[in-house]
Design a binder for this molecule. Structure first.
Ligand code: HOZ
Length: 429
C-alpha cells in the first residue's frame, strides 16, 4: 500500500504541530509507522490522501454511529450553517437535544451541554464536590476521563499508549485528592471509602472501560459500586462519553440497569461535531450556575451546528432494531476474530457490548489495567499493520476500543473477518 502522500504530510505536520498531531494516539506511536492522513470519509469507509480505502472501526473514536457523512446529518448541518454557526445566546435546539438525551438516558433529569468530554468530566466532579461539600474523588486505574489535571493519575488512552508517567505540569496539589483503585475490585473501593470516611465526594468510572482496551465490568460490580456510594454518601458518576448511545441507546446504565447520580456524555451526542454534556438528578443539576452557584460556562457550549448533528443522530438511532443490528455486528466480528486467532494458535481475548468491542493478545482473562498491560502489544502492532495493509482501519493502540456503525454491512464485516484471518496467519511466528 502506497503512503507517500501521508509520509510527506506527516513530515510537514511534525514541524508545525507537536508530534505532528493534535491528539497523541493519532501519531501511531503505539504501533509505529506513518499515520494515515485522511482525505474524506463515506459510510463505513475512510480514504487517505494517497487514495487508499479503509473499512473504519475507529469512526472518529466513537461519534460516528451512522458512519461518515450520513446524508441526514450533513443536510441538517448545512441548513443550520446557512442560518448561522454560533450565537452565544440560547436556541430552541438545545432544549430539543436535551429532551432527547433525558428521554434516552434513564438517570438524567437535567443536562448541561459543553464542547468536549474533558469539559464534561471536569465539570461533573466540580459539581459533585460542590454538592457534597467534600474534596476527594475515586477513579480507576486505566480509566481515562479526559485531560483535566485531577484525572491524570494512572490514566488510560494516550497516557497508557505512550507509557507516560502521570503528566509533568500537573501539580501534586491537583491530584492529591484523587484516589485510585483497580477496575473490577470492589474490596479495594470499600477500603478507600473506609480510609477516607466522609471525605469522598464522588466515584467516577467508565462503566465499561474503553481506554485500557475494551474491558467489561464483572457481574454485580457496578451495582456494588452503587451500593458503596450510597453507604458512604458519595455520588456515583458514570463517564459515558464513550458508552453513551453506544452500548445501548440509554448507555451502560440502561445496559446494566445501574443508575448513577451524574452522567458524562460526549462523542455520539454531538453526531461528529464538538458537543458533550453532563447531567443527572435535577436536585444536583440545579446547583449549576446560573440556577445555582457551581460555576461553569463556555462560548461554544450548545453550539447550533453540534446540536443539529446530535439531534439528527439520536433521532436516527432511537430504534430498538438499530441496536439489535449493531450488537449482531460486533458479535460476528468478535467471534470471527476469535476463531481466526484460535486457528492460528494465537492467544486472544475479544470483548463486546452493543456497538463497542475490543480485543487483546492475551491468554488469560483481561479484567483490569494490570491484566490489560500484560497483553502482547508487539503482536498488536503487527496485527494492526497487517490489517491496515488489507484496508481495515483499527485504533492505533492496544489501549483503545473499536466501534461499528449502521453503515457496516454484513459484506464489510465478512471482508473484515477474512482480512483478520490473513493477518493472524501472517503474524504467527
Ligand atoms: N482520547 C481519544 C481516545 N480515547 C483519542 C481522541 C483522538 O485522538 O481523536
Amino acid at each position: 500500500m502506497i503512503n507517500d502522500a501521508s509520509s510527506a504530510a506527516f513530515e510537514r505536520a511534525q514541524a508545525l504541530l507537536p508530534g505532528g498531531v493534535n491528539s497523541p494516539v493519532r501519531a501511531f506511536r503505539g504501533v509505529g509507522g506513518v499515520p494515515r492522513f485522511i482525505d474524506r470519509g463515506a459510510g463505513a469507509y475512510l480514504y487517505d490522501i494517497d487514495g487508499n480505502q479503509y473499512i473504519d472501526y475507529v469512526l472518529s473514536w466513537g461519534p460516528l454511529i451512522l458512519g461518515h457523512a450520513y446524508p441526514a446529518v450533513v443536510e441538517a448541518i448545512c441548513v443550520q450553517a446557512q442560518r448561522g454557526t454560533s450565537f452565544g445566546a440560547p436556541t430552541e435546539l438545545e432544549s430539543e437535544l436535551a429532551e432527547l438525551v433525558i428521554a434516552a438516558v434513564p438517570s438524567v433529569e437535567m443536562v448541561r451541554f459543553v464542547s468536549s468530554g474533558t469539559e464534561a468530566t471536569m465539570s461533573a466532579i466540580r459539581l459533585a464536590r460542590a454538592y457534597t461539600q467534600r474534596e476527594k474523588i475515586i477513579k480507576f486505574e486505566g480509566c481515562y476521563h479526559g485531560h483535566a489535571d485531577p484525572f491524570l493519575v494512572q490514566a488510560g488512552s494516550g497516557v497508557a499508549t505512550l507509557g507516560l508517567p502521570d503528566s509533568p505540569g500537573v501539580l501534586k496539589s491537583a491530584t492529591s485528592n484523587t484516589l485510585t483503585a483497580p477496575f473490577n475490585d470492589l474490596d479495594a473501593v470499600e477500603a478507600l471509602f473506609k480510609a477516607n470516611a466522609d471525605q469522598v465526594a464522588a466515584l467516577v468510572i467508565e462503566p465499561v472501560a474503553g481506554n485500557m482496551g475494551f474491558v467489561l465490568p464483572r457481574e454485580g460490580y457496578l451495582a456494588g459500586l452503587r451500593q458503596l456510594c450510597d453507604q458512604h454518601g458519595a455520588l456515583l458518576i458514570f463517564d459515558e462519553v464513550m458508552t453513551g448511545f453506544r452500548v445501548a441507546y440509554g448507555g451502560a446504565q440502561a445496559y446494566f440497569n445501574v443508575m448513577p447520580d451524574l452522567t458524562c456524555l460526549g462523542k455520539v451526542v454531538g453526531g461528529g461535531l464538538p458537543a458533550a454534556a453532563y447531567g443527572g438528578r435535577r436536585e444536583i443539576m440545579q446547583q449549576v450556575a446560573p440556577a445555582g452557584s457551581m460555576y461553569q460556562a463556555g462560548t461554544l457550549s450548545g453550539n447550533p451546528l453540534a446540536m443539529v448533528a446530535g439531534i439528527q443522530t439520536l433521532r436516527e438511532i432511537a430504534k430498538p432494531e438499530v441496536f439489535e443490528r449493531l450488537t449482531g455486528v460486533t458479535s460476528t466480528l468478535c467471534q470471527g476474530f476469535w476463531k481466526a486467532a484460535f486457528k492460528n494458535g494465537i492467544p486472544f481475548q475479544a470483548h463486546k457490548a452493543g456497538s463497542m468491542w475490543g480485543f487483546f493478545f492475551a491468554a488469560d482473562e483481561v479484567y483490569d489495567f494490570t491484566s490489560a498491560k500484560r497483553a502482547d502489544t508487539v503482536m498488536f502492532g503487527k496485527f494492526f499493520h497487517a490489517m491496515l495493509e488489507q484496508g481495515v482501519y483499527l485504533a492505533p493502540s492496544q489501549f483503545e476500543a473499536a466501534f461499528v456503525s449502521t453503515a457496516h454491512t454484513d459484506e464489510l464485516v465478512a471482508q473484515t473477518i477474512n482480512a483478520a484471518q490473513a493477518a493472524f496467519a501472517s503474524i504467527r511466528s
